[in-house]
Design a protein around this ligand. Structure first.
Ligand code: FAD
Length: 401
């Protein structure tokens, strides 16, 4: 097994690093998503998306005809890892479009939909910003329980219902929506369809939800007789459940390089801090408890790196990762949680203080990570749900109910 990147991949890593140093120094994002909260951060993130697109990186593994570069999965992996390490804002544009709407449309969207929606995502334009509307007040892990209705009337669906926790809805131009098109279907998984919703349609109300860290990522969405053209149906009517499963796998597979990149930066900071800060006359780094905690986090991050490589390798060979996306998501949550806890433990009370001090950026980063990781662990499906998938598809356990 060759554990080395090609010269081309190493050159890409260097280019991304130089880009980050030149364009984004001092404006990095740590835990992801928070760029959606404040207008000025969002404006900066979108300006970066455009530049990343011009570099050909934003959707580099997409085919050229849809605005990509036809790059390899490993090149894409290197880009995501390095961009995440540097916390370059705008690398995901609200996540949905780049992460799963684009890849899903390439599989089960119509050619018309691909031509209409993919280029603006690849170009990093505001028109290419998407949100995802799956969760409802009584349908989170049990997403098959969705009650939002899209009832066909002639050449339109009439949409009524409510979504919740919709990240980026306040920034998005389009919503990748799951709705019930056949309320009388015999099983709850049947009768669901995936629909593209124009967020400018009359009848949509967006209510912000500000999380406990004071950050506005997600929203409630209310639909009151919203008209959606039938041509916005994605794939086959009432087969949306199966499309959704594919889309969720896309959502989960990219977590490993992203979180590995963020994690290794955080750990590097922490190592520097422990080498420099003195405790009882000696560097903190010689304290056995501190050393062991840092070493444990390093081992976990290395494992996450390998998980990421494995899934990328499988995809590059045309294989379909089945349980691996769920495994990677569950493990990312674990790794980031432990890293955030170790960081705040080592920094101690300083982690809560916002002072103008050499290490204050590191401290703020760990505080932010600590505040954000419980939410990030839920987004994209909870750990329990991922473990159920691993149990079923890796261990052959019976399906969970
Ligand atoms: C930061 C963030 C961003 C999000 N963004 C979006 C978004 O953009 N679009 C969107 O649609 N949703 C989004 N969500 C919602 C997210 O997908 C749901 O919160 C998640 O799927 C869990 O659903 P729930 O909150 O309804 O919890 P529930 O499903 O009610 O779960 C409650 C608890 O029960 C456990 N549980 C449930 N079922 C089982 C089971 N079968 N076996 C074992 N344990 C189980 C869960 O693990 C959890 O601990 C976001 C959430 C967060 C936190």
């Amino acid at each position: 097994m060759e554990f080395r990147f090609s010269q081309k991949e190493e050159k890409l890593r260097e280019d991304v690093r130089n880009f980050a140093r030149a364009e984004t120094a001092g404006r990095e994002i740590v835990s992801g998503m928070e760029e959606e909260s404040r207008d000025e951060d969002w404006g900066f993130a979108m300006s970066m998306s455009k530049k990343l697109a011009q570099k050909g990186w934003l959707t580099m593994a997409w085919p050229k005809e849809y605005g990509g570069q036809g790059a390899s999965f490993f090149e894409q992996h290197v880009y995501i890892d390095e961009a995440s390490y540097w916390g370059i804002p705008g690398t995901t544009m609200g996540v949905s479009g780049i992460g799963w709407v684009g890849p899903s449309l390439m599989i089960f969207g119509s050619e018309e939909q691909r031509k209409k929606y993919l280029p603006s995502i690849a170009a990093g334009e505001p028109d290419g910003v998407w949100c995802t509307g799956y969760s409802e007040p009584n349908a989170g892990s049990d997403v098959a329980n969705i009650q939002t209705n899209a009832i066909r009337e002639g050449d339109h669906y009439i949409l009524n219902g409510q979504k919740i926790w919709t990240s980026c809805a306040h920034r998005a131009r389009w919503c990748w929506l799951a709705a019930r098109t056949d309320p009388n279907a015999s099983k709850k998984q049947h009768g669901i369809s995936l629909i593209i919703l124009d967020m400018k349609s009359p009848g949509i109300t967006i209510k912000p939800i500000v999380n406990y860290a004071g950050i506005h990522i997600f929203n409630e969405l209310f639909f009151d007789n919203v008209k959606v053209p039938v041509m916005n149906l994605v794939g086959t009517e009432n087969r949306g459940w199966y499309h959704l499963m594919q889309s969720l796998a896309f959502e989960r597979h990219s977590f490993a390089p992203q979180f590995y990149g963020k994690g290794r930066r955080a750990l590097e900071f922490m190592v520097k801090f422990c080498n420099e800060i003195r405790y009882n006359g000696k560097p903190l780094a010689v304290n056995a408890v501190t050393r062991h905690k840092l070493a444990e986090r390093a081992i976990e991050l290395e494992t996450l790196k390998m998980f990421g490589y494995e899934i990328t390798w499988k995809m590059s060979k045309g294989l379909i990762p089945v349980y691996e996306a769920a495994r990677n998501k569950a493990y990312c949550d674990f790794v980031m949680q432990r890293l955030a806890i170790t960081g705040t433990e080592i920094i101690g009370a300083y982690s809560q203080v916002d002072i103008n001090y050499k290490w204050s950026k590191l401290m703020a980063n760990f505080t932010r990570l600590y505040m954000m990781f419980p939410g990030l662990a839920l987004a994209g499906g909870t750990g329990e749900v991922q473990k159920n998938i691993v149990g079923q598809f890796k261990l052959g356990l019976p399906r969970a109910y």
